[in-house]
Write a protein of this length. Structure first.
Length: 620
């Protein structure tokens, strides 16, 4: 016997392959139903070997011996002690092994009923002598890995965690350490911990672990449920401020920044949460934390999710798909579900139109002075004699000033209009959908508050032209800026080279002088803008109106157009009808990459996931 416990002889020779020398260090049972066999197999003449584990069943009640292959997972390890014993210079050869078997019950057969063989190509198989299976505590489990490298220990824990889940961290005998002891090995700080009840947790901060002492960081709930390992399910990014604060703790290529969306559907609003840190030698530090529970106002929470999202990162799509996107979707869904049905307030100004021919819906957010300019123009237009005009106030901050303002406007201009107020901000899509619910006509016109007609009669003229069009979905006029350069003559789609396969809305001809574009009076468009769109109410309701899952108003108009196009409808531009759109002309979507741009990127990602195939067909 030798210092490793195995045989000391091994075959020398140059002409024939050396046989494989096999030894078993431990045969254990973990948590009553996981079998762990650990040892080493020295195979210098073979680059690798296979492991065969079988169960032998025989007895009086069986007509013949039954041999069954036992499914198992193999983890290999370096075992420098084995290399040293055999005077082998192959320091990276993996002689060590661990076999993990998930047994279907706590009734584990005797070790004598198992056969373990190491199979080497062209040489045959080499049996290993198993030992009796004995219970393994947490300390025993990781103590046998003392000669393993750090990454190999982490791999073992990953395999154990994949099989055992949170049971791994509940093993008796695991060594508990304090925060002070752990911070002798690494440093960390959490800057944001957001809890979205019933959905999950968003964590962001930094972690500096130069020696890679950690093998896992998981979230544990009060009911004993565990998250995935954050070290494997997170986004890492550079943090120069952290590296400067801890000089010499890591090299310049280190990425201490970390954020992760942790999906936990069973998460309760007031449940206790813990972060469990696990070192590669099996020590555990448990850190209780109180996350910020997200309410119905998700603006600040959205900023926290997006603040460290690196749009220039080549892997930004993975970050969006696995972390940023699910976190924002969870926030938005939680917001919508946490809001009870609004108590809608309606106020009529001027004499109500008894049988309106059409309903014009105008959402108001941030400012309301455009209402005065619109109503002044509408007062000169006879089309408004049978038009139901609805203003949806979507900004509670404006309510107290807005209502007196409406009384003043009504006294100045003889235009009938109604104000609808839900008491909260519902977003662009929600505000239009609310207005559509209260519309009393069968034709809808969605209009932005900063869109002003160039002349009277535009509503009836566009409606007359619609009568001669086929399969009508949405119709829109030409929109120009106040200097008569083009803002909208239909919407197309394009990919920005910086963002791979994401489709963005593109406005052909935008910024060009109006006279420069040679446009037909009526033409089909791939999609049209929501700044001014005509649609039948029944059609609008059939497809569910504007989709309210887009954050802060983006892509809802093209989403509606694509929904309708998928159902066989077509969209049209009326180029000889012109309205002014007082939108900011100098804004470049891709110049200012603040959190609002990141919201646009999220919406583009969501839009592409949903409609990418339809857009591809359109753009062929």
């Amino acid at each position: 016997m030798n210092s490793l416990g195995g045989p000391s002889e091994h075959v020398e020779g140059k002409s024939e392959p050396k046989p494989v020398v096999v030894w078993v260090d431990v045969c254990g049972v973990v948590n009553e139903r996981y079998l762990l066999i650990q040892g080493w197999a020295y195979h210098p003449s073979h680059s690798d070997v296979d492991f065969s584990l079988t169960l032998i069943e025989e007895g009086e009640n069986l007509p013949e011996k039954i041999v069954t292959a036992v499914p198992h997972t193999v983890i290999r390890a370096t075992r420098l002690d084995v290399s040293k014993h055999f005077s082998c210079d192959a320091k990276n050869s993996q002689w060590g092994y661990s076999l993990l078997v998930e047994w279907p019950s706590s009734d584990v057969p005797s070790h004598e009923k198992f056969d373990l063989n190491v199979v080497a190509a062209d040489t045959g198989s080499f049996p290993a002598k198993l030992k009796p299976f004995s219970p393994l505590s947490g300390e025993d489990l990781f103590g046998h890995c003392a000669n393993w490298r750090g990454e190999e220990k982490r791999k073992l824990k990953r395999v154990l965690y994949k099989s055992m889940g949170g049971e791994l961290f509940e093993l008796p005998g695991l060594r508990k350490i304090s925060e002070e002891q752990l911070k002798q090995q690494l440093n960390w700080h959490w800057e944001s911990l957001l809890c979205v009840p019933g959905r999950g947790v968003f964590l962001s901060g930094w972690l500096l672990d130069r020696q890679r002492n950690l093998s896992a960081v998981v979230v544990r709930t009060s009911d004993g449920s565990y998250s995935e390992n954050l070290l494997e399910n997170s986004v890492r990014y550079p943090r120069d401020d952290v590296l400067e604060a801890f000089p010499g703790r890591s090299d310049a290529s280190c990425k201490p920044g970390l954020y992760s969306w942790v999906e936990m559907p069973h998460l309760m609003e007031k449940g206790r949460l813990e972060l469990v840190f696990v070192t590669h030698d099996g020590a555990i530090y448990e850190a209780p934390f109180e996350p910020e529970v997200v309410g119905s106002d998700i603006t600040f929470a959205s900023q926290q999710v997006l603040v460290n999202f690196q749009v220039e990162d080549p892997d930004y799509k993975d970050s969006m798909q696995n972390h940023v996107g699910p976190a924002l979707a969870a926030l938005w869904q939680h917001r919508n579900e946490s809001l009870s049905d609004p108590k809608v307030e309606t106020l009529q100004f001027g004499e109500e139109i008894e049988v309106p021919r059409r309903t014009l819906i105008v959402p108001l957010y941030g400012r309301f002075d455009f209402l005065l300019h619109q109503v002044a123009q509408f007062s000169k237009d006879s089309d408004f004699d049978d038009t139901e005009l609805i203003y949806v106030l979507d900004d509670p901050r404006l309510h107290n000033e807005f209502i007196p303002f409406c009384h003043d406007v009504a006294n100045l201009f003889p235009v009938s209009f109604r104000v609808i107020y839900s008491g909260r901000n519902q977003g662009y899509a929600g505000a239009n959908n609310l207005g559509a619910r209260f519309a009393r006509s069968e034709k809808l016109v969605l209009l932005n508050s900063d869109v002003i007609p160039s002349e009277s009669g535009w509503l009836s003229r566009i409606e007359r032209k619609c009568q001669f069009l086929s399969d009508v979905g949405v119709v829109a006029p030409k929109l120009v800026f106040e200097d008569d350069t083009v803002q909208h003559v239909g919407i197309s789609f394009a990919k920005n080279p910086s963002f791979g396969d994401l489709w963005f809305n593109e406005y052909p001809g935008k910024g060009n002088p109006e006279w420069l574009l040679d446009l037909e009076d009526v033409s089909e468009a791939k999609a049209v803008t929501g700044a001014c769109m005509f649609i039948d109410k029944s059609l609008y309701e059939t497809v569910g109106g504007l989709d309210e899952s887009y954050v802060l108003g983006d892509f809802e108009d093209t989403d509606l157009c694509l929904k309708l196009r998928k159902n066989g409808y077509r969209h049209y531009l009326i180029a000889n009808e012109k309205l002014y759109h007082l939108e900011r002309q100098s804004q470049d979507l891709f110049e200012n990459r603040d959190w609002k741009f990141k919201i646009t990127l999220y919406n583009a990602w969501q839009h592409t996931v949903r409609w990418g195939g339809v857009i591809e067909d359109l753009m062929r």
